[in-house]
Design a protein around this ligand. Structure first.
Ligand SMILES: Cc1ncc(COP(=O)(O)O)c(C=O)c1O
Length: 452
């Protein structure tokens, strides 16, 4: 056991006991792979504002925020209040309800390319259904996605997420299932266009998150999204923006609002549900209409997206509505303030790590912050390939996480997201935690990232 692990274990005895219990009944003790980290995860019991507390009473400034969902911080009154009232009217009704109509209307008002929307229960379902919808609508088979991007673990899209991108991401998926999914290099326009061209005749859609979340929140270079938009249009394929992280986070209109490129379909999740489970497929009316259940009623083969016992349950709809209404009301001040805080954190972490003797390069956009440890001098980390192949992120991730937790910060993949409840003193505390964690890593003899 190394020093970081030892220091981690001492104040987390309740979590250790819970982990032992959990492992007997839940494989690996968790139900989402990303929630496991060695030696065992801290089990959480309470969250408020920008903080979360574990069962041992340790408190953390939370950069994870429920997988980047809680942009207003944990448990905001503007969402809890309508939910409390709604609980008195029952749980999942399993019926059409007015709140779903209102949320669809609001999404169509705010997301520039959305004319119609359909709800499901998770982002994974939304991207899976968007791929199905694209194939059904175009009557073509190929889906292209970005190497190093995560759209959830559905069999079609769990391709080339981790480096080396050529290896399968999971057993249990027959290669035939993924034979109609291929990959593109993000931010490499020429190569991307060649691949689109190669598949043009059978290309149903390109799906991408315009700021690649899984590889350190990498924004698109100027012209990249425009080129993909033009190439897909030219060959009759659809463009799907996966805005499950970026939707309502980088601006009220998501990344498509910021970068001014409109996709045919958009997937949303996380913030769109205000903290309750949700997935959304939205986009052009002619495409969305292809999924109407009315076909089924007429005994025609439907384009089956949706289903789901809990889809459009009134609690998720109400909490999404409360979130989006709040964001709409405060957008003018809210997004610039969050973006400034994100920039301050990116530069502050780089500076604090440098003081400790570690070269860190922060990627990200707005309130999304990626922290990377380049192994190569003078590299600009602007593609998932560079982030995976030219950094020591994988080697330092676990150690950094444990040491940050010791200093009261919870980060996943080295960084995370900010919420409106993170004030100036919280930003200072987060930067100081990185400085201390960095210094300890150097003192522990970790061969830290230094330029060659
Ligand atoms: C870009 C992106 N797409 C899809 C998903 C899957 O969403 P969910 O975890 O709600 O199934 C995620 C989850 O983190 C995501 O970041």
């Amino acid at each position: 056991m190394n020093a970081a692990e030892e220091a981690y274990r001492r104040p987390r005895q309740e979590s250790a006991l819970l982990y032992e219990r959990a492992r007997r009944v839940i494989p690996g003790g968790v139900s989402h792979t990303v929630r496991y980290y060695p030696p065992y995860p801290a089990f959480m019991e309470r969250a408020q504002g920008g903080r979360i507390w574990d069962v041992d009473g340790n408190s953390y400034l939370d950069l994870w925020l429920g997988h980047y969902t809680h942009i207003l911080g944990h448990a905001p009154d503007c969402i809890l209040e309508p939910l409390r009232q709604a609980l008195g009217r029952g749980l999942n009704w399993g019926h059409a309800n007015e709140h779903a109509v209102e949320l669809a209307e609001l999404i169509c008002e705010l997301v520039p390319s959305a004319r119609m929307a359909r709800f499901c229960c998770s982002g994974t379902e939304a991207t899976m259904f968007a791929a199905r919808l694209a194939r059904g609508f175009t009557r073509r088979r190929m889906i292209l996605k970005v190497r190093g991007s995560w759209h959830g673990p559905s069999s079609d899209l769990a391709v080339a997420i981790t480096f080396p991108f050529e290896e399968p991401e999971s057993t249990g998926i027959p290669p035939e299932t993924q034979q109609f999914t291929a990959t593109l290099p993000f931010n490499e326009t020429e190569e991307t266009l060649k691949i689109i061209d190669r598949h043009a005749a059978d290309l149903a859609a390109v799906i991408l998150d315009p700021i690649v979340g899984a590889s350190g929140f990498l924004p698109p270079q100027r012209g990249y999204l425009e080129a993909v938009r033009q190439a897909t249009q030219a060959c009759g394929a659809l463009l799907i923006f996966d805005e499950i992280i970026t939707g309502f986070r980088v601006g009220l209109g998501g990344a498509q609002g910021v970068f001014g490129v409109l996709p045919d379909l958009t997937t949303l999740g996380k913030i769109a549900g205000g903290g309750m489970p949700i997935g959304v497929v939205c986009g052009r009316a002619d495409i969305m209409e292809a999924s109407t259940p009315i076909l089924q009623a007429r005994k025609q083969t439907p384009l089956l997206i949706g289903g789901g016992t809990f889809s459009s349950n009134h609690l998720s709809m109400l909490s999404g509505l409360a979130m989006l209404r709040h964001l709409r009301r405060h957008a003018d001040t809210f997004y610039p303030r969050l973006a400034a805080a994100g920039e301050r954190l990116r530069r502050g972490i780089e500076w604090a790590m440098a003081e400790s003797g570690i070269v860190a390069q922060c990627t990200g956009y707005g309130s999304l912050v990626g922290v990377n440890f380049p192994r190569v001098y003078d590299v600009t980390l602007d593609t998932p390939w560079k982030v995976h192949a030219m950094t020591s992120n994988a080697a330092y991730g676990d150690e950094l996480r444990l040491r940050l937790m010791e200093h009261g910060v919870f980060a996943v993949h080295g960084g995370g997201a900010l919420c409106t409840e993170h004030g100036d003193s919280d930003l200072e505390a987060i930067i100081e935690a990185y400085r201390l964690a960095g210094r300890e890593m150097v003192e522990a003899g970790l061969s830290v990232a230094r330029p060659r």
